[in-house]
Design a protein around this ligand. Structure first.
Ligand SMILES: Nc1ncnc2c1ncn2[C@@H]1O[C@H](COP(=O)(O)OP(=O)(O)O)[C@@H](O)[C@H]1O
Ligand SMILES: [Mg+2]
Length: 404
């Protein structure tokens, strides 16, 4: 082989990962550019070519695709014709983009493409997650009792077994639209219901003498949005601030689920959630857990959280029928030290803890390497393209899921 032939051979053989995102009139493409650059750099260290691919430039015919490479000296992105990816990683940043018909078409093409692996095909919705996890007796004990919210009756029923409830939009994120309702058990006027609504960094509180009054106000707030109601968990606290765990679960170089790291988020003083933009703060999980459960207890709980997160990720992947490569999970720890699943996110936010950040980039690249070595043998008849999953997410009956 002469030098050119060797080069061509090498070029063709280099595993290639495309990050799929959305482009609009505002920017060359949407999503966290720093995240993409970090992934490109990590790819370079591992011999994986990484580029960004937008749904509007999308073209996967023949041997090449249109993509963007980052040019560090000029800090700009260069549009290029690049080798077809072996793997496509979906990072379309908002649900509203992902639901556009032209974007759905791109996603379907990726799923059905015979030569590429495509992972994390869509955002999760909170109700589907609970349906999926309720299907297995291994994962069921970790989910709080959950049902869909259609009437005041639904609230009343769940209040029979739980003193306070969380109300959450099925397609919400970052605390948006979250409410908490508690049943007051004192004598009038200290009975009835107390509603806390999460605002930017604090929550607003109002009271109602009965479920009917509460429900009519809730209807105004909720409008046509779909909501779930959920058994409230009394979270373990640190200096009187509740906290929960954020677990990053990713596939590794063998294609097996592993935990890249666990972070903790402490709720803001006036907040009903633990999100950092809502006054919450990042902290060290072992410090927080040790304060409540001792050093030994803390160690055991971290080990249990890892094991549980893997079990839950496996069940989510299995029941969803999707190919998944990563997810972040919000896991609560109650005052007895029991773990509770709140939600999983298929487009995890960047973890700011440096070791988790580093590991997360490496896992993505090594998982892509793993995928690129195995043949993509998908056809239109694979579970990815079956309609059962989609309809399963959107036409689920109002059935109750029992917690512990
Ligand atoms: N059932 C619950 N009991 C107690 N706290 C909860 C419950 N559900 C959610 N939370 C709190 O609210 C936060 C946000 O809930 P989550 O389901 O993750 O919604 P979002 O999509 O807005 O992040 C959680 O991280 C947790 O702190
Ligand atoms: Mg969350």
């Amino acid at each position: 082989m002469d030098a050119t032939a060797i080069n061509l051979h090498r070029k063709r053989k280099r595993p290639t990962l495309a990050i799929l995102t959305y482009a609009d009139e505002k920017r060359i493409f949407r999503g966290n550019q720093k995240n993409f650059i970090d992934l490109i750099e990590t790819g370079e260290q591992w011999g994986v070519r990484v580029y960004v691919m937008t749904t509007s430039d999308f073209k996967l015919n023949g041997t090449h695709a249109i993509g963007y490479k980052y040019h560090a000296p000029s800090r700009t992105w260069k549009k290029r014709l690049l080798p077809l990816p072996d793997v496509v990683y979906n990072r379309i940043p908002y649900r509203k983009f992902e639901l556009l018909p032209e974007v759905q078409q791109v996603i379907q093409t990726c799923i059905r493409h015979g030569q590429i692996h495509f992972f994390n095909p869509s955002f999760f919705n909170k109700w589907a997650l609970f349906e999926w996890l309720n299907k297995s007796k291994e994962s069921r004990p970790f989910i709080p009792a959950t049902r869909r919210l259609h009437s005041g009756d639904d609230l009343e029923k769940l209040f029979r077994s739980h003193p306070f409830l969380y109300l959450k939009p099925i397609r919400g994120k970052a605390g948006k639209g979250i409410m908490k309702v508690s049943r007051l058990v004192g004598k009038a006027p200290y009975n009835g219901y107390e509603l806390s609504i999460q605002d930017k960094t604090k929550s607003h509180i109002s009271r109602y003498p009965n479920v009917n009054k509460l429900w009519s106000h809730l209807q105004e707030i909720i409008g046509s949005k779909e909501y779930i109601i959920q058994q409230g968990i009394t979270l373990s606290t640190y200096k009187q601030r509740p906290f929960d765990l954020r677990v990053l679960v990713q596939k590794n170089q063998k294609g097996a689920w592993s935990v890249a790291g666990i972070g903790a988020r402490l709720a803001g003083k006036l907040s009903i959630t633990t999100h950092v933009p809502r006054g919450g703060s990042i902290d060290d999980p072992s410090k927080l857990l040790t304060a409540s459960f001792g050093q030994d207890g803390s160690k055991k709980m971290i080990a249990k959280a890892k094991k549980t997160a893997i079990l839950l990720a496996r069940q989510i992947e299995k029941a969803s029928g999707q190919t998944l490569g990563e997810m972040s999970m919000d896991v609560g720890v109650d005052t007895d030290g029991e773990l509770w699943f709140f939600e999983a996110n298929s487009k995890p936010m960047k973890f700011d803890e440096p070791p988790i950040r580093k590991k997360s980039l490496e896992n993505l690249i090594r998982y892509s390497l793993h995928l690129s070595k195995s043949a993509a043998v998908r056809t239109a008849a694979s579970p990815h393209t079956s309609s059962s999953n989609k309809s399963g997410q959107d036409s689920i009956a109002n059935q109750s899921i029992t917690g512990r």
